[in-house]
Design a protein around this ligand. Structure first.
Ligand code: FAD
Length: 376
């Protein structure tokens, strides 16, 4: 079989690829460089290169910026870009379509489908045209089964199909429980004199107590835009803590208040992120499919970055799948086991192995000491 005979179908629940993505991210372009080396000439929407990178500790009224030289090298954002991740996802979807990928936006993968041997054989899409109570309306269209030789699951953190597959095939029996954080992100249009294109700022500390993990980010990009966000680790012990209210408090810090005075908030959202690290990965490969990106949990927590790993895992999964389809004799039980080794041999593993203890250290010793022990 020739590569071009392989049919690839992508199901996306958003109205278009990128519409459910929280925009305003700093991405490490390492995977994009591998996938589309001439992305600049092709007009990929990466327009703001990081020009300044600060990390600060916040108290209620003040902040202390840590000199870059004291920061672990992997926290450095040199050569990274501040982008709209929604725009990049959309741009990539057009590249994929040009290569013949069939994309079905507006379709949810609702349930995994298994055969009698417990092999994944595809997904069932969600019904359309039901009212709020679940009753069929005149526009009702039942979900359809999409069958595939291999299904690559890339739902992001806490995906519902991912969980059903993990449960059905007991894929978490050798892993630690997953840990989660909740991240808020708002895009603001700043007053011109407050905007510093390329400036990346992260903070730890106020308003969070030391025994609550989390921190903030502020990324200046595009036309007077800033992506302002706050992450709270969801293993906090204070039952009265409200992550959303902590974010609101954070915006009253003199530094942030000054930044936002006269600015206009133009979009906002929140979503979960995985924080368990490699020890919390479920088995990545199972009969008929595999997990990619944040379906597997490939976020680097201290960097707050997972896009590069998600893309690279897609590249490696595609290689393993194409090899399996071209030469099925090497495959047993429809398991793409080559993917496991490819991940271990790749820079995804190096990136995530280095930070595997960060979350356990923060949980045990608090944010400040946890970060220190990890560093030294
Ligand atoms: C607040 C916050 C800030 C972050 N900042 C950064 C950053 O600056 N840089 C960085 O690199 N990373 C950042 N991350 C992490 C990054 O967003 C993720 O690592 C990355 O998006 C993972 O990519 P993914 O493709 O695995 O999943 P996602 O980006 O979550 O994409 C999953 C896609 O699948 C679709 N989908 C999900 N379930 C279904 C279903 N059942 N049926 C059909 N479609 C479905 C979704 O609509 C979505 O389009 C941040 C995360 C958070 C929460």
């Amino acid at each position: 079989m020739k590569k071009k005979d392989i049919s690839v179908c992508l199901v996306e629940k958003g109205v278009e690829v990128g519409s459910h993505i929280l925009s305003g991210a700093v991405i490490d372009p390492v995977a994009l460089n591998e996938l589309i080396p001439n992305w600049k000439e092709k007009g990929a929407p990466l327009n703001t290169k990081v020009s300044e990178d600060n990390f600060s500790l916040f108290s209620e009224k003040n902040y202390l910026t840590i000199p870059q030289i004291l920061m672990p090298p992997l926290m450095n954002n040199k050569n990274n870009y501040i982008i709209s991740l929604g725009d990049l996802s959309h741009w990539l979807s057009k590249e994929a379509e040009d290569l013949g990928v069939e994309i079905y936006p507006g379709f949810t993968a609702q349930e995994p489908l298994f055969n009698d041997q417990n092999e994944l054989i595809g997904i069932l899409t969600g019904d359309m045209g039901r009212d709020a109570k679940g009753n069929e309306t005149n526009n009702y269209v039942p979900g359809i089964e999409i069958h595939a030789k291999y299904s690559l699951i890339a739902e992001g953190a806490r995906g519902s199909v991912t969980k059903l597959i993990e449960q059905k095939l007991s894929l978490r029996k050798n892993s630690d429980p997953q840990k989660y954080g909740l991240g808020f992100k708002e895009i603001w249009r700043l007053k011109k004199d407050m905007h510093k294109p390329g400036l990346v700022e992260h903070s730890l500390g106020w308003p969070l107590q030391d025994n609550t993990g989390g921190g903030s980010f502020t990324y200046h990009y595009g036309e007077d835009l800033v992506s302002l966000g706050f992450v709270v680790h969801l293993d906090y012990s204070n039952p009265y803590l409200s992550p959303f209210d902590e974010f609101q408090k954070f915006k009253t810090h003199p530094k942030i208040k000054k930044l936002l005075t006269g600015a206009e908030r133009i979009s906002y959202g929140a979503r979960a992120l995985n924080e368990g690290g490699i020890q919390s990965w479920a088995s990545l490969v199972f009969p008929g499919g595999l997990f990619l990106g944040c379906s597997a949990g490939m976020v680097n927590v201290p960097r707050i970055k997972g896009t590069h790993n998600a893309m690279k895992s897609g590249i490696l999964a595609a290689e393993a799948t194409v090899d399996a389809i071209i030469d099925p004799t090497k495959i047993h039980n429809r398991k793409l086991t080559a993917y496991n080794q490819k991940i271990k041999d790749s820079w995804i593993w190096t990136d995530l192995y280095a930070v595997r203890n960060i979350k356990p250290l923060i949980t045990k010793f608090g944010t400040r000491l946890g970060m220190l022990f990890w560093r030294y």
